[in-house]
Design a protein around this ligand. Structure first.
Ligand SMILES: Cc1ncc(COP(=O)(O)O)c(C=O)c1O
Length: 404
């Protein structure tokens, strides 16, 4: 008789976006005349850059000719893409990453979820609170999280690192020693980030404790301040303790196109075993490569035109972020984020819970955001707005909120 993975039964329902969807649908049915503005889900809205489209068209044509047709992609990804990444994302930033340390994938969600495969079940993990839920849920599926306590919203075996206003929404080194530390900067959901010297402290701590850092840099392209590291490998010793995960979703609008990569340096070892070899084994066995057309599309963002065009897209979203941040601050809200990240994290007014504020905003301003409580217990009392809408909608949303 087969048995299922019982760890899945411990997972609480993923209510966040389905509850939001239901509430918005119910409101729209009652008030069909109201124009709802959605600044909730972190999905891009601008079309793919012309350089990306051109490269994809060319690759489609190549697939239609016997001489240039491509079958399975190489295990780690095409060299043309890994070369561009190694040079422009790493060497140009002073981080010496080789192309066989880069693994092309279909995105950062899969990689951040799958990376747990190469680690033992009894590793103790540490996560920020609030947090991108994938790190927690995938460790729960693997049996690494213990049991879920619905009263506290926490798993018994996970170390939570609160990110609060007192610490500018950055985590502090945990009291209990973890084996695996998940960090995400610039951060979803808080929009907070970390300076290079602060990140160096985490690298030093991980090396001292023999821990590994899983560093999610999906929002790297949104960094605008000078002392914020673009990659963890800008820190000394990071190649011995950190895996970095990147995405093309938010820097180039690939949420529906799907492309990402993970860097596993060869210097990162457990005893004599290179984690790079384990991930290569896992990748080669369970993943059959991102499509050639998409890898060519990804390569295009490293061309001069591609860089200029994607930079413009990021600037467009960051201008929205400025509209939200400054508009809300001016209206008396306590806001953070939105400077190095496309997310604005605001304190709900009058001690409202984050769901109360969700309802209030929907009813009074017809604007949809995301309640902070959906990202963890320390998200309660906060609310996330995204800069990924259109400029016109963003301006209108803020004007409506200001009138409430
Ligand atoms: C922190 C973080 N990591 C990873 C992802 C997923 O990225 P991808 O679209 O590459 O799977 C997201 C998407 O919202 C995210 O916020």
């Amino acid at each position: 008789m087969f048995k299922i993975n019982n760890e899945y039964l411990k997972l609480p329902g993923s209510y966040l976006f389905s509850t939001i969807g239901k509430k918005v649908a119910a409101y729209t049915e009652k008030h069909p005349q109201e124009k709802i503005i959605r600044l909730g889900i972190g999905d891009v809205t601008l079309p793919l850059a012309p350089a990306v489209i051109e490269s994809m068209h060319k690759a489609v044509d190549e697939m239609g000719e016997a001489a240039t047709f491509k079958g399975y992609a190489p295990d780690l990804g095409y060299e043309f893409l890994r070369n561009a990444i190694a040079k422009q994302d790493y060497r140009m930033r002073g981080a010496d990453i080789e192309i066989d340390e880069i693994f092309i994938s279909d995105g950062a969600k899969s990689d951040s979820g799958n990376i747990g495969d190469i680690f033992a079940r009894d590793n103790k993990i540490a996560v920020c609170d609030p947090v991108y839920p994938v790190y927690v849920d995938t460790n729960a599926m693997a049996g690494r999280a213990g049991d879920y306590d619905a009263k506290t919203g926490r798993w018994t075996d996970i170390i939570y690192m609160p990110c609060t206003a007192e610490t500018d929404f950055a985590p502090e080194l945990p009291e209990q020693t973890p084996d695996m530390i998940y960090l995400c900067f610039p951060n979803n959901p808080t929009g907070a980030t970390i300076t290079k010297s602060e990140l160096q402290k985490w690298v030093d701590y991980a090396r001292e404790k023999g821990a590994v850092i899983i560093y999610d840099a999906a929002y790297e392209a949104y960094i605008s301040e000078d002392d914020v590291p673009h990659t963890i490998y800008e820190c000394e010793g990071a190649k011995e303790c950190a895996i970095e995960i990147r995405s093309f979703s938010k820097n180039a609008g690939f949420t529906g196109t799907r492309l990402g990569f993970t860097v596993v340096p060869k210097a990162l070892k457990s005893g004599d075993v290179m984690l790079n070899s384990l991930w290569a084994r896992r990748h080669g066995t369970k993943f059959n490569g991102a499509p050639y057309i998409i890898q060519r599309a990804g390569e295009a963002i490293y061309s001069e035109e591609g860089k200029a065009q994607t930079k413009e897209q990021v600037a467009y979203y960051m201008n929205n972020a400025k509209v939200i941040r400054e508009g809300l601050a001016d209206a008396g809200y306590s806001v953070s984020g939105g400077v190095n990240a496309p997310y604005i994290w605001l304190k709900t007014p009058d001690n409202m819970t984050s769901w109360e504020f969700f309802d209030y905003l929907l009813e009074q301003a017809h604007v949809v955001g995301t309640p902070g409580a959906g990202f963890g217990p320390h998200g309660e009392g906060y609310f996330r707005l995204t800069a990924f809408g259109s400029y016109e909608n963003t301006v209108e949303a803020i004007a409506r909120i200001r009138k409430m």
